[in-house]
Design a protein around this ligand. Structure first.
Ligand SMILES: [Zn+2]
Length: 151
């Protein structure tokens, strides 16, 4: 990132936080050359890796997509909108941490599933049924059995 004061490109990030309804991230930066501080705003889609779908097509990360599938899974379940938003935040943090240019849709689904299991197991089963294309009752049984193993 180029310093707006001295145009050097050496800087360090002091603080990061998402802003504007999670659509962008604000980073407080300090120029290592002149020591001045400035703030940058980056869109989430620019920071997070591209998502590789199962058919190998790439698309930009879209928070709304994951939100919608989680909301569907949580319909009439005791999971609050706040809990859901926090869960998506955590998924985004995980995506940032892998720091890859591309990441599979399965990784996103798995991260969401891991968080959802802790909130509500039935909602997690619903989410898994879509994300892993469950076809039979046995698939659900296997899913719940795998949860018990972890408990
Ligand atoms: Zn500077």
């Amino acid at each position: 990132m180029r310093c707006p004061f001295c145009s050097e490109v050496v800087d360090r990030v002091i603080d990061s936080r998402s802003a504007r309804d999670h659509r962008e991230i604000r980073r407080r930066r300090e120029c290592l050359e002149c020591g001045r501080r400035f703030t940058t705003r980056e869109k989430m889609e620019e920071i997070l890796p591209k998502i590789v779908k199962r058919d190998k097509r790439r698309e930009e990360y879209d928070r709304l997509k994951i939100e919608h599938s989680l909301q569907k899974a949580c319909a009439k379940r005791p999971v609050s909108e706040d809990e859901l938003q926090l869960l998506v935040d955590n998924v985004e943090h995980a995506l940032q941490e892998v720091s890859e240019a591309e990441i599979s849709t399965d990784f996103v689904g798995l991260k969401a599933l891991e968080g959802l299991v802790l909130l509500d197991k039935l909602a997690a089963a619903r989410f898994a049924s879509v994300f892993r294309s469950f076809e039979s009752a046995e698939d659900y049984e296997e899913f719940f059995a795998s949860l018990q193993k972890k408990d």
